[in-house]
Structure formats: structure tokens, C-alpha cells
Design a protein around this ligand. Structure first.
Ligand SMILES: CC(C)(COP(=O)(O)OP(=O)(O)OC[C@H]1O[C@@H](n2cnc3c(N)ncnc32)[C@H](O)[C@@H]1OP(=O)(O)O)[C@@H](O)C(=O)NCCC(=O)NCCS
Length: 250
């Protein structure tokens, strides 16, 4: 009985071509391998996403908690046609990006979560997922929303995305923006970079184990550090830190 019910609950994925791994040389000279992972790899990611769900600064909290749910939904077969790509530097997890195939022509971008700051790692991994939709899956457009000011700057402004406000996005119905094939082609070689094939030693290192991020986003050490963050002028990241004493607003 329970087995039959599971058949009803479990959506059937469309077979999709895999994302061919690539390597990107970052501004500090390190090499990041971007590759697709499968369901079996999800448990290796979850603890590193969970660690950020109370990190209010730069909206890591809402994005991490949603990414956690999306990864779990993928792992437990409660979402259809999702894919997950990761960035790894020296084997360490440095970013997670995911999305879904909405229709043969339209992709649905879910999230981008950077686990190491300051090297445009998130931006590069977002570009990789656009590449997956447009170049590999041959889709015509990808629907995107931003959940943070940095995200808005990185996607809507840097790519000059097209407004598609009449289409509610899957992430809560917010107005969608669209990355069209034309926009993607304009960004080739500037925002969308990297090379293939990945040298075998780098690929082997990445495939062997997803190592924990050694420098993940951290809560600001003091109130002034929080206020220095451009979009955190209230220092709410400090207030939200469960390890700190409650701050009175009176
Ligand atoms: C949005 C995101 C993926 C962008 O990642 P990224 O391209 O690697 O960029 P970073 O987050 O490292 O840096 C963003 C800005 O903060 C600055 N920054 C660098 N190091 C930083 C640090 N340790 N803490 C805070 N800001 C930092 C960078 O200089 C950069 O400024 P710039 O836009 O003028 O270049 C990432 O910020 C993130 O995961 N944010 C939380 C989740 C989120 O908002 N996701 C997107 C949802 S739409």
C-alpha cells in the first residue's frame, strides 16, 4: 500500500542532458570547478546550507532556508525536473545553484548561494546555470527573481534582464525577470566564462569528495561591522545572531 502511494507522490523526471563540468580561474588565481551533482550528493550539502539559516546579513537566512527545502525536495523526490550545480575550489564547496525545467522552452531559476565571499563565485555559478538552460537544454529563456540587493545587482542590473512582471515566479509569485537567449549571447565571454574540458586532476579532486567550505559567510564580529554592510544599516544581522544577547529596540 505505502509503495503504491509513493508512486503517486513521486513525480517522474524528464531525462535531461547533463551539465558538462567547467573550470573558472578566479580573481585570486584559484581554480573553481563547476559541475552537476546528483541526488546521492545532497546529504553532503545540507549541513553547510543549514549552518546559514540564521545568518540574516545579505539575506543568507531566507535564501539558505529555501535552498535547504529545494535540495531536500530533490533528494526526496518532491519536485520535478530540478537540477543542482556546485562550485568547488580544491574540493571545497564554494557555491550551490539550482533551478528547474518549467517547460521545454522555459527554465525556472531557483537560487544561488555563495559559500565563500568576495571572488564573484556566486556570479560565476549563476552564469553556469544560465549556460545549462540556454546552451545545454536549448531553452529560450530563464525566469529569475532576486531575493537580495546583491542578487538584484548581480542578475537584473549586470545582465540587464528583461521585465516579465506579468508572469508570477515559482518562488512566491514575485514578478519575474527573464534572461533570454539574446541576453545570454551578449554576456558570453564577459559574464559567462570558464573552459572545458576540466583538467583531469582538478576533476578527480572535485569528484572524490565535496569538502566543507573552509571560509563560509560568518556573522559580523561587532555592531560596527554590521553597519558597514551597505544594506544592513540597522545591524539586524547582529540582532538575529542567536548566540548574542537580546538587543532591546526600546
Ligand atoms: C548573491 C550572491 C550569490 C553573490 O555572490 P558573489 O557574486 O560571489 O558576490 P559576493 O557575495 O562575494 O560579493 C557581493 C558584494 O559584496 C562584497 N563582499 C565581498 N566580500 C564580502 C564579505 N565577506 N561580506 C560581505 N560582502 C562582501 C563584494 O565586494 C561584492 O561587491 P560588488 O558587488 O561591488 O563586487 C551571494 O552574495 C549570496 O549568496 N548571497 C546570499 C544569498 C543570495 O542573496 N542569493 C541570491 C538570491 S537572488
Amino acid at each position: 500500500m505505502s509503495v503504491d502511494l509513493e508512486k503517486l507522490l513521486r513525480p517522474v523526471d524528464t531525462p535531461l542532458p547533463p551539465y558538462p563540468p567547467k573550470v573558472i580561474t578566479l580573481a585570486d588565481g584559484s581554480k573553481m570547478v563547476v559541475r552537476q551533482i546528483g541526488r546521492d550528493d545532497i546529504p553532503d550539502l545540507l549541513p553547510h546550507v543549514e549552518a546559514l539559516i540564521h545568518h540574516e546579513r545579505d539575506y543568507y537566512d531566507i535564501v539558505s532556508v529555501r535552498v535547504y527545502a529545494e535540495l531536500l525536495a530533490y533528494y526526496r523526490y518532491r519536485v520535478v525536473d530540478e537540477y543542482v550545480l556546485i562550485g568547488q575550489i580544491n574540493g571545497e564547496l564554494s557555491a550551490i545553484v539550482n533551478g528547474r525545467i518549467y517547460s521545454p522552452e522555459i527554465g525556472m531559476s531557483y537560487h544561488t548561494l555563495g559559500l565563500k565571499r568576495g571572488l564573484r563565485i556566486g556570479a560565476h555559478c549563476f552564469a553556469a546555470k544560465m549556460e545549462y538552460h540556454i546552451d545545454v537544454l536549448k531553452q529560450e529563456e530563464v525566469l529569475i527573481v532576486a531575493e537580495s540587493p546583491i542578487g538584484f545587482r548581480r542578475w537584473m542590473i549586470e545582465y540587464n534582464l528583461e521585465k516579465k512582471f506579468e508572469i508570477p515566479h515559482e518562488l512566491g509569485g514575485s514578478p519575474s525577470y527573464s534572461l533570454t537567449r539574446e541576453i545570454f549571447n551578449r554576456a558570453r565571454g564577459s559574464l559567462i566564462v570558464g573552459s572545458r574540458p576540466v583538467p583531469q586532476d582538478l576533476l578527480d579532486e572535485a569528484m572524490e569528495k565535496i569538502l566543507p567550505p573552509s571560509d563560509p559567510p560568518k556573522a559580523p564580529p561587532d555592531f560596527l561591522a554590521a553597519t558597514r554592510a551597505k544594506y544592513d544599516s540597522t545591524g539586524t544581522s547582529i540582532i538575529a545572531d542567536p548566540k548574542r544577547k537580546k538587543v532591546s529596540h526600546a
